[in-house]
Write a protein of this length. Structure first.
Length: 134
């Protein structure tokens, strides 16, 4: 008694084509090796061109300093402290911004007092409000 319970359900009657899968694997490996050697050769050409043009660069593992390259911060905390000290000094003193035009900077405390005395300047809105029509 071999009755089919589900007539629509069957199994795969053939196996995967192993020869085709093998050839696909061979092509992928050959392409990968070819790309590896091709990119290595291209890198060599770029390195030779960079050396010939006088630009310093890293050539195959040998580190050569680039001229005019930005320097990394060695101690960022000290550098930011130095910047903050300069900013605080500028915020707390009088000085010239543009001497020819007569523009100066004043201490921030003095500027805040002046604005409090005079009142803040009212800014006009960039976009006029829409008037409702009836």
């Amino acid at each position: 008694m071999t009755e089919k319970i589900n007539a629509d359900i069957e199994f795969e009657h053939s196996d995967a084509n192993v020869r085709a899968l093998g050839w696909i694997l061979v092509v992928i490996v050959i392409a990968g090796v070819g790309l590896h050697f091709g990119l290595n050769a291209l890198y060599g050409v770029f390195a030779i061109n960079a050396s010939a043009s006088g630009r310093e660069t890293e050539v195959r593992g040998r580190q050569r300093p680039m001229s005019g390259a930005p320097q990394l911060l060695v101690i960022p905390e000290a550098d930011i402290d130095q910047v903050r000290t300069m900013e605080n000094q500028k915020l707390g003193t009088y000085g010239w911004v543009d001497k020819e035009k007569g523009i100066v900077h004043i201490p921030i405390d003095q500027a805040m007092k002046m604005i409090a005395e005079r009142g803040a300047v009212e800014a006009k809105p960039a976009v006029q409000p829409v008037q409702k029509t009836k």
